[in-house]
Design a protein around this ligand. Structure first.
Ligand SMILES: Nc1ncnc2c1ncn2[C@@H]1O[C@H](COP(=O)(O)OS(=O)(=O)O)[C@@H](OP(=O)(O)O)[C@H]1O
Length: 210
C-alpha cells in the first residue's frame, strides 16, 4: 500500500472522509509496526476501544490514570478492560493522589499551580508511556468541533514527533458517536471529569505536545 506522508496526507484524508472506522483502522495498521491506542475511559471511549480491538485483538492500549477519576469512570474502565479483554498498560503519576492533594491540591485552570498539577498527574505519565512504547501509529479519539486545534486536524495527522495519529471517528459529533456506541451495545458513561482538561473546549496538552 502507499505510505501516508506529510506530502500526500490530504489525499488520504479526502479518501476516508466517509469511510467506516473499522476500515480506517485496518488500513492504518498496514503501515504500523508499533501501533497503540490511548484511552481516557471517558464518556465515549468505548467506541475507539471496541473498534481497535475488533480489528486487532491484542492492540496495545494505554491509559494514564491521573488518580482523579470518578468512581463511575473506574467502574466503566474495569467493565471495558474485562469485556473487551484489553491488552492494557496503565500509567500512573509518580506521586500518590494523597501526596498531590497535600502538596498542590486540586487547582482549577485559573490557578497558577494548574500547569504543575497537569504535568505531574497526566503529561509526565503520558510522555513516559510514549517513551516506553515508541508508537509509529497512534489511535486516538479527537474529533472535529472539539477545540480550535482539533479543527485543524483530520482523520490522519502527524504529531510533532512524526507519529501518524489516526482519529477514525474524527467526523462524528457527539450524537453520531452515541448512536454508534448504542448500536454496538457498548456502554456510555457521562459521569466523567478530567481536572487537567477541565473544560470541554480545552486541550489538556497531550495533543499539543504529541
Ligand atoms: N488520561 C488519558 N490517558 C490516555 N489517553 C488519554 C487520556 N485522556 C485523553 N486521552 C486521549 O485523548 C483522546 C481525547 O480525549 P479528551 O478530548 O477527552 O481529553 S484530552 O484533552 O485529550 O486530554 C482520548 O480518546 P477517548 O478516550 O476515546 O475519548 C484518548 O485517546
Amino acid at each position: 500500500m502507499n505510505q501516508i506522508t506529510p506530502q500526500n496526507i490530504h489525499l488520504f484524508n479526502e479518501n476516508v472522509r466517509f469511510e467506516d472506522p473499522l476500515e480506517i483502522i485496518s488500513f492504518s495498521l498496514e503501515q504500523a509496526k508499533s501501533p497503540l491506542v490511548t484511552t481516557s475511559f471517558g464518556s465515549y471511549s468505548a467506541a475507539l476501544l471496541w473498534a481497535c480491538s475488533k480489528v486487532k485483538k491484542d492492540i496495545q492500549v494505554i491509559w494514564c490514570d491521573t488518580g482523579y477519576n470518578t468512581e463511575a469512570t473506574y467502574k466503566h474502565a474495569n467493565y471495558l478492560i474485562e469485556n473487551l479483554e484489553l491488552n492494557i498498560e496503565i500509567f500512573s503519576p509518580k506521586y500518590t493522589t494523597a501526596y498531590i492533594n497535600s502538596r498542590i491540591g486540586l487547582p482549577n485552570i485559573n490557578n497558577p499551580n494548574h500547569p504543575i498539577f497537569s504535568e505531574k498527574v497526566k503529561l509526565e505519565p503520558f510522555n513516559r508511556a510514549f517513551k516506553k512504547h515508541q508508537p509509529d501509529v497512534w489511535f486516538t479519539n479527537v474529533r472535529k468541533g472539539q477545540t480550535e486545534h482539533r479543527n485543524g486536524l483530520d482523520v490522519f495527522s502527524f504529531s510533532r514527533d512524526g507519529i501518524l495519529k489516526v482519529s477514525p471517528f474524527y467526523h462524528y459529533d457527539d450524537d453520531a458517536l452515541e448512536a454508534y456506541i448504542k448500536n454496538k451495545k457498548l456502554p456510555l458513561e457521562f459521569d466523567y471529569f478530567d481536572p487537567v482538561k477541565a473544560l470541554e473546549n480545552r486541550e489538556c496538552g497531550i495533543h499539543l505536545k504529541h
